[in-house]
Design a protein around this ligand. Structure first.
Ligand code: CMC
Length: 433
């Protein structure tokens, strides 16, 4: 490919035919469909681009989240993540992601009221949770109960009605912590603690996790703040695996509960949100600082992945990891230092100096330190990805809303390069070798 003399076009010469094509460039991008005109014979299908894992394919235009992976920058609707983590709160950030602007006081109060009004779940949903085995993974419980919500709100299928869409968005953001906390209490064999809407969003979540016999649960302000900031840091991350699941599934127009359940499934995997659980398991396996060189060697030999390291987009320090490291310091002042912290710090130090990690630009990501904080707060390892899911919900919904309002939206339907056989002769089973 060579650059055309004409502005804002890309000239491609097909050496098979000698033909030249001028493709328009917009936002440093060519349209993959413009390649289709490139053919050798008239009845050829036409050229496609091949991009497994979409490493260099923009699947949409978006105004929600900006990431510069080389500079380690992350912005929601134009606001840098460190500013939001310092000055905002999770519900304000949720409003920002969903509406594209920060709310004024009245808008915020209405939004907060709407969310806190929807924190209860139908008693029948509680019965679903009762039906899970005592050792069911909370992500499995969350995924299936979120999907089940679609049957409680059949009107949610009316996705192009603005008011209906808004109510489901409020319900989803409101009910995620309740479902998550109920799943936790179920696995602990404890009675469910109902929402307390006098508390903040994060404070109420802690209430539903930890309330015992006291009449009113009082969250520790440092824990409450830490949870709130962690939710902000997880709120969106542009077209990652679970957001892409939301957009792919959402493009066939199901209700948002079904599409969110698909996103939760995508997040569950150890290469995505499940990594925070993986980090703690890895630190427990390493067990002592003396065992780190062995672990690094195994990671370099491809025997295992250093969980919490590396990112498809960040090729420098994940800005969320920097903020999380600071919160960890505050939380450990209350809870006492996490025994795995020293192993984590030493692992990070060695990895950041090691040629293998330096060459591949593998830095700690958001999941590297978040698990240590959750663990110090007494949150069990299986709940870590659930917390990620609560935080990511407004992001998924902002991506979903943007998709539905996009005039270029069509059902997601990728192409393939077929390399298999064709027109084989069917041999009856009795005659096969
Ligand atoms: N430990 C050791 N080697 C690694 C790691 C790791 N964590 N991550 C990547 N590499 C190596 C990989 O083996 C490959 O080496 P080579 O070029 O010699 O084959 C090279 O680095 C590039 O890796 P890749 O698999 O092509 O990178 P990717 O962009 O496909 O994967 C990733 C990104 C996040 C899935 C991967 O870095 C990983 O598996 N990390 C561990 C899991 C993790 O922490 N995930 C959380 C991501 S952040 C939260 C979120 O957004 O969900």
């Amino acid at each position: 490919m060579a650059k055309s003399k004409a502005n804002n076009t890309l000239s491609i010469t097909d050496n098979r035919t000698g033909k030249q094509y001028d493709l328009p460039i917009e936002n440093d991008t060519i349209k993959a469909m413009d390649l289709r005109q490139i053919k050798v014979k008239k009845d050829d299908f036409g050229m496609m681009s091949y991009d497994p894992a979409y490493s260099n394919t923009a699947s949409c235009t978006s105004r929600v989240t900006f990431i510069d992976g080389d500079k380690g920058e992350l912005m929601y609707r134009g606001y840098p993540i460190d500013v939001l983590a310092k000055k905002s709160n999770f519900l304000e950030v949720s409003y920002l992601l969903l509406n594209g602007k920060l709310p004024n006081k009245k808008e915020f109060n209405t939004f907060e009221g709407n969310i806190m009004n929807h924190t209860m779940i139908h008693e029948n949903i509680k019965k679903f949770i009762d039906g899970f085995r005592y050792d069911a993974h909370p992500m499995g419980m969350l995924m299936s109960t979120v999907a089940a919500l679609s049957t409680f709100y059949p009107e949610s299928k009316d996705i192009f009605d603005e008011e209906t869409r808004k109510i489901q968005i409020h319900r989803l953001i409101a009910k995620m912590p309740t479902l998550a906390a109920f799943a936790y209490r179920h696995s602990m064999g404890m009675p469910y603690a109902y929402p307390d809407n006098d508390l903040s969003y994060a404070g109420n979540f802690l209430n539903m996790l930890y309330k015992m016999t006291e009449l009113k649960y009082k969250p520790d302000p440092i824990m409450e703040k830490a949870i709130d900031v962690l939710l902000i840091l997880h709120a969106d991350h542009e077209q990652n695996c679970s957001a892409s699941a939301m957009r792919n599934v959402g493009s066939s127009h199901p209700d948002p509960y079904s599409a969110t359940a698909a996103s939760i499934a995508a997040l569950y995997g150890p290469l995505h949100g499940g990594a925070n659980e993986g980090v703690l398991q890895m630190l427990a396996e390493i067990g002592h600082k003396d065992n780190i060189p062995k672990a690094i060697k195994a990671a370099k030999n491809g025997e295992f992945r250093l969980m919490g390291f590396g990112h498809r987009v960040y090729k420098s320090y994940d800005p969320r990891a920097t903020i999380i490291k600071d919160i960890a310091h505050d939380v450990f002042q209350v809870t006492g230092k996490n025994p795995y912290l020293d192993i984590a710090l030493e692992l990070e130090r060695i990895a950041l100096e090691d040629e293998y990690f330096v060459k591949r630009k593998l830095y700690p990501n958001v999941d590297f330190y978040s698990g240590l904080i959750y663990q110090s707060m007494g949150i069990p390892t299986e709940m870590f990805t659930v917390l990620f899911a609560i935080g990511r919900t407004p992001g998924w919904l902002a991506q979903w809303k943007e998709l539905l309002l996009d005039p270029e939206r069509r059902i997601a339907r990728p192409r393939q390069v077929y390399l298999g056989d064709k027109n084989l002769k069917y041999v009856p089973m009795s005659k096969r070798k």
